[in-house]
Design a protein. Structure first.
Length: 399
Protein backbone atom coordinates (compact mmCIF):
# COMPACT_ATOMS: atom_id res chain seq x y z
CA UNK A 1 0.00 0.00 0.00
CA UNK A 2 1.37 3.41 -0.99
CA UNK A 3 2.28 5.73 1.87
CA UNK A 4 0.60 8.91 0.64
CA UNK A 5 2.31 11.06 3.28
CA UNK A 6 5.70 10.10 1.87
CA UNK A 7 4.84 10.33 -1.82
CA UNK A 8 6.97 12.67 -3.98
CA UNK A 9 3.95 14.83 -4.80
CA UNK A 10 3.12 15.40 -1.12
CA UNK A 11 6.74 16.20 -0.31
CA UNK A 12 6.75 18.69 -3.16
CA UNK A 13 3.58 20.30 -1.80
CA UNK A 14 5.17 20.58 1.65
CA UNK A 15 8.29 22.18 0.18
CA UNK A 16 6.28 24.74 -1.77
CA UNK A 17 4.11 25.56 1.25
CA UNK A 18 7.15 26.08 3.50
CA UNK A 19 8.94 28.17 0.87
CA UNK A 20 5.92 30.41 0.25
CA UNK A 21 5.39 30.86 3.99
CA UNK A 22 8.99 31.92 4.60
CA UNK A 23 9.07 34.11 1.50
CA UNK A 24 5.86 35.85 2.60
CA UNK A 25 7.32 36.43 6.05
CA UNK A 26 10.52 37.76 4.48
CA UNK A 27 8.53 40.25 2.41
CA UNK A 28 6.56 41.43 5.45
CA UNK A 29 9.75 41.62 7.52
CA UNK A 30 11.62 43.67 4.95
CA UNK A 31 8.71 45.98 4.17
CA UNK A 32 7.31 46.65 7.65
CA UNK A 33 9.12 45.12 10.62
CA UNK A 34 12.45 46.56 9.59
CA UNK A 35 10.82 49.91 8.88
CA UNK A 36 12.46 50.42 5.49
CA UNK A 37 12.24 53.92 4.05
CA UNK A 38 9.22 54.61 1.86
CA UNK A 39 11.39 55.00 -1.21
CA UNK A 40 12.06 51.27 -0.98
CA UNK A 41 8.40 50.20 -1.10
CA UNK A 42 6.70 52.60 -3.54
CA UNK A 43 4.64 50.64 -6.05
CA UNK A 44 6.30 50.35 -9.44
CA UNK A 45 9.43 52.29 -8.45
CA UNK A 46 11.57 50.94 -11.30
CA UNK A 47 8.74 51.18 -13.80
CA UNK A 48 8.36 54.83 -12.78
CA UNK A 49 11.91 55.37 -14.05
CA UNK A 50 11.09 53.64 -17.34
CA UNK A 51 7.88 55.66 -17.63
CA UNK A 52 9.66 58.95 -16.89
CA UNK A 53 12.31 58.23 -19.52
CA UNK A 54 9.65 57.37 -22.10
CA UNK A 55 7.82 60.62 -21.28
CA UNK A 56 10.99 62.64 -21.86
CA UNK A 57 11.50 60.95 -25.23
CA UNK A 58 7.87 61.59 -26.18
CA UNK A 59 8.36 65.24 -25.18
CA UNK A 60 11.47 65.54 -27.40
CA UNK A 61 13.81 65.95 -24.44
CA UNK A 62 15.56 62.55 -24.45
CA UNK A 63 18.96 63.71 -23.17
CA UNK A 64 17.30 64.58 -19.86
CA UNK A 65 16.62 60.93 -19.07
CA UNK A 66 20.33 60.53 -18.31
CA UNK A 67 20.31 63.57 -15.98
CA UNK A 68 18.97 62.62 -12.51
CA UNK A 69 18.25 66.26 -11.64
CA UNK A 70 15.90 66.44 -14.63
CA UNK A 71 14.58 62.86 -14.66
CA UNK A 72 13.68 62.93 -10.94
CA UNK A 73 11.26 65.89 -11.10
CA UNK A 74 9.61 64.48 -14.23
CA UNK A 75 9.04 61.14 -12.47
CA UNK A 76 7.65 62.89 -9.39
CA UNK A 77 5.30 64.95 -11.57
CA UNK A 78 4.06 61.88 -13.46
CA UNK A 79 3.70 59.55 -10.48
CA UNK A 80 2.96 61.80 -7.55
CA UNK A 81 5.67 60.01 -5.57
CA UNK A 82 7.27 62.93 -3.77
CA UNK A 83 10.66 62.40 -2.20
CA UNK A 84 11.30 59.09 -3.95
CA UNK A 85 14.96 58.42 -4.60
CA UNK A 86 15.48 58.58 -8.36
CA UNK A 87 16.92 55.40 -9.79
CA UNK A 88 19.72 55.96 -12.34
CA UNK A 89 18.50 55.31 -15.85
CA UNK A 90 21.12 53.11 -17.45
CA UNK A 91 19.33 51.58 -20.42
CA UNK A 92 20.29 52.47 -24.01
CA UNK A 93 18.32 55.23 -25.77
CA UNK A 94 16.13 52.86 -27.79
CA UNK A 95 14.62 51.25 -24.67
CA UNK A 96 12.01 54.00 -24.04
CA UNK A 97 10.60 53.24 -27.49
CA UNK A 98 9.36 49.90 -26.08
CA UNK A 99 7.11 51.74 -23.62
CA UNK A 100 6.34 55.00 -25.40
CA UNK A 101 2.83 53.83 -26.35
CA UNK A 102 1.92 53.83 -22.64
CA UNK A 103 2.95 57.44 -22.01
CA UNK A 104 -0.52 58.95 -22.75
CA UNK A 105 -1.92 56.94 -19.81
CA UNK A 106 -1.78 58.03 -16.16
CA UNK A 107 1.14 56.39 -14.37
CA UNK A 108 -0.77 53.83 -12.28
CA UNK A 109 -2.91 52.80 -15.24
CA UNK A 110 0.18 52.49 -17.45
CA UNK A 111 1.86 50.41 -14.75
CA UNK A 112 -1.15 48.08 -14.48
CA UNK A 113 -1.37 47.69 -18.27
CA UNK A 114 2.37 46.94 -18.36
CA UNK A 115 2.15 44.39 -15.54
CA UNK A 116 -1.07 42.65 -16.63
CA UNK A 117 0.16 42.56 -20.22
CA UNK A 118 3.33 40.77 -19.11
CA UNK A 119 1.38 38.23 -17.06
CA UNK A 120 -0.99 37.53 -19.97
CA UNK A 121 1.93 37.21 -22.39
CA UNK A 122 3.68 34.72 -20.10
CA UNK A 123 0.50 32.73 -19.55
CA UNK A 124 -0.10 32.55 -23.32
CA UNK A 125 3.50 31.42 -23.91
CA UNK A 126 3.20 28.72 -21.24
CA UNK A 127 0.04 27.42 -22.92
CA UNK A 128 1.77 27.40 -26.31
CA UNK A 129 4.60 25.32 -24.91
CA UNK A 130 2.06 22.60 -24.18
CA UNK A 131 0.84 22.99 -20.59
CA UNK A 132 -2.93 23.11 -20.45
CA UNK A 133 -3.11 25.19 -17.28
CA UNK A 134 -0.95 28.27 -17.01
CA UNK A 135 -2.59 29.55 -13.81
CA UNK A 136 -0.51 27.42 -11.38
CA UNK A 137 2.69 28.51 -13.12
CA UNK A 138 1.74 32.19 -12.90
CA UNK A 139 0.60 31.85 -9.28
CA UNK A 140 3.79 30.14 -8.10
CA UNK A 141 5.89 32.66 -10.02
CA UNK A 142 4.08 35.63 -8.50
CA UNK A 143 4.34 34.14 -4.98
CA UNK A 144 8.08 33.59 -5.23
CA UNK A 145 10.44 36.24 -3.92
CA UNK A 146 11.68 37.15 -7.45
CA UNK A 147 8.06 37.41 -8.58
CA UNK A 148 7.26 39.72 -5.69
CA UNK A 149 10.11 42.04 -6.60
CA UNK A 150 9.13 42.00 -10.28
CA UNK A 151 5.61 43.13 -9.38
CA UNK A 152 6.61 45.52 -6.60
CA UNK A 153 9.31 47.31 -8.58
CA UNK A 154 7.66 47.08 -11.99
CA UNK A 155 10.46 45.17 -13.67
CA UNK A 156 10.43 43.42 -17.05
CA UNK A 157 10.52 39.81 -15.80
CA UNK A 158 7.13 38.62 -17.06
CA UNK A 159 7.75 40.12 -20.50
CA UNK A 160 11.30 38.73 -20.74
CA UNK A 161 10.18 35.23 -19.66
CA UNK A 162 7.39 35.31 -22.27
CA UNK A 163 9.89 36.44 -24.92
CA UNK A 164 12.31 33.64 -24.02
CA UNK A 165 9.53 31.06 -24.36
CA UNK A 166 8.57 32.63 -27.69
CA UNK A 167 12.17 32.15 -28.83
CA UNK A 168 12.00 28.51 -27.76
CA UNK A 169 8.75 28.03 -29.72
CA UNK A 170 10.29 29.63 -32.82
CA UNK A 171 13.24 27.22 -32.63
CA UNK A 172 10.91 24.27 -32.09
CA UNK A 173 9.09 25.19 -35.30
CA UNK A 174 12.35 25.58 -37.22
CA UNK A 175 12.03 29.37 -37.57
CA UNK A 176 15.60 30.19 -36.59
CA UNK A 177 15.68 33.62 -38.20
CA UNK A 178 12.57 34.63 -36.22
CA UNK A 179 14.15 33.26 -33.04
CA UNK A 180 17.21 35.43 -33.63
CA UNK A 181 15.13 38.53 -34.33
CA UNK A 182 13.29 37.98 -31.04
CA UNK A 183 16.50 37.44 -29.08
CA UNK A 184 17.88 40.71 -30.41
CA UNK A 185 15.04 42.55 -28.65
CA UNK A 186 16.84 41.80 -25.38
CA UNK A 187 19.67 44.13 -26.40
CA UNK A 188 18.42 46.61 -23.79
CA UNK A 189 19.88 44.20 -21.19
CA UNK A 190 22.17 41.71 -22.97
CA UNK A 191 22.69 39.65 -19.81
CA UNK A 192 19.24 38.14 -20.42
CA UNK A 193 20.37 36.84 -23.82
CA UNK A 194 23.99 35.87 -23.19
CA UNK A 195 23.37 32.19 -22.37
CA UNK A 196 21.30 31.58 -25.48
CA UNK A 197 23.75 33.55 -27.61
CA UNK A 198 26.67 31.43 -26.37
CA UNK A 199 24.68 28.26 -27.07
CA UNK A 200 24.03 29.37 -30.65
CA UNK A 201 27.70 30.22 -31.15
CA UNK A 202 28.78 26.84 -29.75
CA UNK A 203 26.45 25.21 -32.29
CA UNK A 204 26.96 27.81 -35.01
CA UNK A 205 26.43 25.50 -37.98
CA UNK A 206 22.96 24.64 -36.72
CA UNK A 207 22.01 28.14 -35.53
CA UNK A 208 23.71 30.43 -38.07
CA UNK A 209 20.36 31.81 -39.19
CA UNK A 210 19.43 32.61 -35.60
CA UNK A 211 22.73 34.45 -35.06
CA UNK A 212 22.08 36.42 -38.26
CA UNK A 213 18.60 37.32 -37.08
CA UNK A 214 19.92 38.51 -33.71
CA UNK A 215 22.52 40.71 -35.40
CA UNK A 216 19.88 42.24 -37.67
CA UNK A 217 17.56 42.94 -34.75
CA UNK A 218 20.32 44.52 -32.65
CA UNK A 219 21.43 46.61 -35.62
CA UNK A 220 17.90 47.91 -36.13
CA UNK A 221 17.66 48.87 -32.44
CA UNK A 222 20.98 50.70 -32.60
CA UNK A 223 19.72 52.69 -35.59
CA UNK A 224 16.45 53.37 -33.73
CA UNK A 225 18.54 54.78 -30.89
CA UNK A 226 19.90 57.40 -33.28
CA UNK A 227 16.32 58.48 -33.95
CA UNK A 228 16.27 59.66 -30.33
CA UNK A 229 18.00 63.09 -30.48
CA UNK A 230 21.23 63.17 -28.48
CA UNK A 231 20.38 59.71 -27.18
CA UNK A 232 23.61 57.84 -27.85
CA UNK A 233 25.82 60.81 -26.99
CA UNK A 234 24.12 61.21 -23.59
CA UNK A 235 24.28 57.49 -22.97
CA UNK A 236 28.02 57.33 -23.70
CA UNK A 237 28.61 60.28 -21.40
CA UNK A 238 26.67 58.54 -18.61
CA UNK A 239 28.62 55.30 -19.02
CA UNK A 240 31.89 57.22 -18.98
CA UNK A 241 30.96 59.14 -15.83
CA UNK A 242 29.51 56.20 -13.89
CA UNK A 243 32.02 53.56 -14.92
CA UNK A 244 34.18 53.99 -11.84
CA UNK A 245 31.25 54.07 -9.42
CA UNK A 246 29.40 51.08 -10.89
CA UNK A 247 31.41 48.53 -8.94
CA UNK A 248 30.89 50.23 -5.59
CA UNK A 249 27.32 51.52 -6.05
CA UNK A 250 25.55 48.94 -8.21
CA UNK A 251 27.40 45.65 -8.52
CA UNK A 252 27.35 44.90 -4.78
CA UNK A 253 23.58 45.03 -4.37
CA UNK A 254 22.59 41.91 -6.29
CA UNK A 255 22.84 38.16 -5.91
CA UNK A 256 25.37 36.89 -8.42
CA UNK A 257 28.59 35.07 -7.67
CA UNK A 258 30.52 38.05 -9.01
CA UNK A 259 28.74 40.44 -6.64
CA UNK A 260 29.21 38.11 -3.68
CA UNK A 261 32.98 37.97 -4.20
CA UNK A 262 33.11 41.69 -4.93
CA UNK A 263 31.67 42.39 -1.48
CA UNK A 264 33.97 39.87 0.23
CA UNK A 265 37.30 40.43 -1.51
CA UNK A 266 38.91 43.89 -1.59
CA UNK A 267 40.94 43.25 -4.75
CA UNK A 268 38.86 43.76 -7.90
CA UNK A 269 41.58 41.98 -9.89
CA UNK A 270 41.16 38.82 -7.79
CA UNK A 271 37.37 39.06 -8.10
CA UNK A 272 37.61 39.39 -11.88
CA UNK A 273 39.93 36.36 -12.04
CA UNK A 274 37.54 34.28 -9.91
CA UNK A 275 34.57 35.33 -12.01
CA UNK A 276 36.35 34.47 -15.27
CA UNK A 277 37.34 31.08 -13.82
CA UNK A 278 33.70 30.38 -12.94
CA UNK A 279 32.59 31.46 -16.42
CA UNK A 280 35.07 29.05 -18.00
CA UNK A 281 33.96 26.22 -15.70
CA UNK A 282 30.25 26.87 -16.35
CA UNK A 283 30.76 27.04 -20.11
CA UNK A 284 32.85 23.85 -20.05
CA UNK A 285 30.05 22.08 -18.18
CA UNK A 286 27.54 23.55 -20.62
CA UNK A 287 29.56 22.22 -23.55
CA UNK A 288 29.63 18.72 -22.04
CA UNK A 289 25.91 18.70 -21.32
CA UNK A 290 25.16 19.92 -24.84
CA UNK A 291 26.89 16.78 -26.11
CA UNK A 292 24.48 14.73 -23.99
CA UNK A 293 21.40 16.69 -25.07
CA UNK A 294 22.48 17.09 -28.69
CA UNK A 295 19.00 16.45 -30.12
CA UNK A 296 16.87 17.51 -27.15
CA UNK A 297 15.85 21.13 -27.51
CA UNK A 298 14.09 21.64 -24.18
CA UNK A 299 16.99 20.89 -21.81
CA UNK A 300 19.45 22.70 -24.10
CA UNK A 301 17.33 25.85 -24.04
CA UNK A 302 16.74 25.55 -20.29
CA UNK A 303 20.48 25.17 -19.69
CA UNK A 304 21.20 28.24 -21.79
CA UNK A 305 18.89 30.36 -19.60
CA UNK A 306 20.50 29.04 -16.41
CA UNK A 307 24.01 29.61 -17.81
CA UNK A 308 23.14 33.26 -18.43
CA UNK A 309 22.12 33.68 -14.78
CA UNK A 310 25.21 31.89 -13.49
CA UNK A 311 27.81 33.88 -15.40
CA UNK A 312 26.08 37.24 -15.19
CA UNK A 313 28.17 39.82 -13.27
CA UNK A 314 24.96 41.51 -12.18
CA UNK A 315 21.81 39.67 -11.03
CA UNK A 316 18.97 41.37 -9.16
CA UNK A 317 16.33 39.38 -7.30
CA UNK A 318 13.81 40.13 -10.02
CA UNK A 319 16.14 38.56 -12.63
CA UNK A 320 15.75 35.20 -10.91
CA UNK A 321 12.14 35.15 -12.06
CA UNK A 322 13.55 33.92 -15.39
CA UNK A 323 13.94 30.50 -13.75
CA UNK A 324 10.27 30.05 -14.66
CA UNK A 325 11.49 29.33 -18.22
CA UNK A 326 13.63 26.25 -17.45
CA UNK A 327 11.03 25.22 -14.86
CA UNK A 328 8.25 25.18 -17.49
CA UNK A 329 10.42 23.24 -19.96
CA UNK A 330 11.48 20.67 -17.34
CA UNK A 331 7.88 20.33 -16.13
CA UNK A 332 6.54 19.78 -19.63
CA UNK A 333 9.27 17.57 -21.01
CA UNK A 334 10.16 15.33 -18.05
CA UNK A 335 7.02 14.32 -16.12
CA UNK A 336 9.01 11.93 -13.93
CA UNK A 337 11.13 14.82 -12.63
CA UNK A 338 8.20 17.02 -11.68
CA UNK A 339 7.98 16.43 -7.90
CA UNK A 340 11.76 16.60 -7.50
CA UNK A 341 12.07 19.72 -9.65
CA UNK A 342 9.36 21.41 -7.57
CA UNK A 343 11.24 20.60 -4.37
CA UNK A 344 14.53 21.88 -5.84
CA UNK A 345 12.97 25.12 -7.03
CA UNK A 346 11.10 25.70 -3.77
CA UNK A 347 14.20 25.26 -1.65
CA UNK A 348 16.20 27.44 -4.02
CA UNK A 349 13.82 30.35 -3.46
CA UNK A 350 13.62 29.51 0.24
CA UNK A 351 17.40 29.80 0.59
CA UNK A 352 17.29 33.14 -1.19
CA UNK A 353 14.45 34.43 0.99
CA UNK A 354 16.29 33.47 4.19
CA UNK A 355 19.54 35.07 3.03
CA UNK A 356 17.71 38.27 2.04
CA UNK A 357 15.77 38.43 5.31
CA UNK A 358 18.88 37.86 7.45
CA UNK A 359 20.89 40.40 5.47
CA UNK A 360 18.15 42.97 6.06
CA UNK A 361 17.88 42.09 9.76
CA UNK A 362 21.59 42.70 10.14
CA UNK A 363 21.36 45.97 8.19
CA UNK A 364 23.37 44.48 5.32
CA UNK A 365 26.47 44.33 7.54
CA UNK A 366 27.14 40.71 6.62
CA UNK A 367 24.80 40.48 3.68
CA UNK A 368 27.55 39.32 1.28
CA UNK A 369 28.16 36.25 3.43
CA UNK A 370 24.52 35.30 3.06
CA UNK A 371 24.33 35.46 -0.74
CA UNK A 372 24.03 31.69 -0.99
CA UNK A 373 21.30 31.69 -3.63
CA UNK A 374 23.67 31.54 -6.67
CA UNK A 375 25.54 28.65 -5.05
CA UNK A 376 22.26 26.78 -4.54
CA UNK A 377 21.31 27.60 -8.15
CA UNK A 378 24.55 26.04 -9.38
CA UNK A 379 23.94 22.79 -7.50
CA UNK A 380 20.26 22.70 -8.43
CA UNK A 381 20.90 23.31 -12.12
CA UNK A 382 23.58 20.65 -12.26
CA UNK A 383 21.30 18.12 -10.55
CA UNK A 384 18.36 19.04 -12.79
CA UNK A 385 20.15 18.41 -16.04
CA UNK A 386 22.16 15.40 -14.91
CA UNK A 387 18.86 13.82 -13.85
CA UNK A 388 17.20 14.76 -17.14
CA UNK A 389 20.06 13.12 -19.02
CA UNK A 390 19.01 9.73 -17.67
CA UNK A 391 15.28 10.24 -18.25
CA UNK A 392 13.47 9.77 -21.51
CA UNK A 393 11.94 13.02 -22.72
CA UNK A 394 8.19 12.51 -22.93
CA UNK A 395 6.15 15.71 -23.24
CA UNK A 396 2.74 15.34 -21.70
CA UNK A 397 0.04 17.46 -23.37
CA UNK A 398 -2.28 16.54 -20.55
CA UNK A 399 -0.10 18.29 -17.96
Amino acid sequence: MVDVARSPAVKAAYAVAIAITVITFAVIWQSTILGKATDQVELGRDYATFHGAALLVAEANPAAMYQPDELGPRIAEATGYEGVKTQPYGHPPFFPLYLITLTPLPFLLAYMVFLVGGVVALGYAVRRVGLRRATPVLALTALSLPGYWTIQLGQMGFWVAALLLAIYLAIRRGRLLVAGLLLGLLAFKPLYAVGIGIWWLLRFRRYAAAVLGALCSVGALVVAGYAVPEGWASYRALVSESGDSFVSDVATTGFSLFEMWLALIPSSVVVLALWLAVCVAVLAGFWRLLEVFENRLEPAFAMAVVVGLLISPRTGWYDWMLLVVPAVLVWHTYPRLRPSSIVAGAWLFLAGACSWMLAGAMEDSIGPFLQIAPIILTATAWWWFRSAASVESSPSPAA
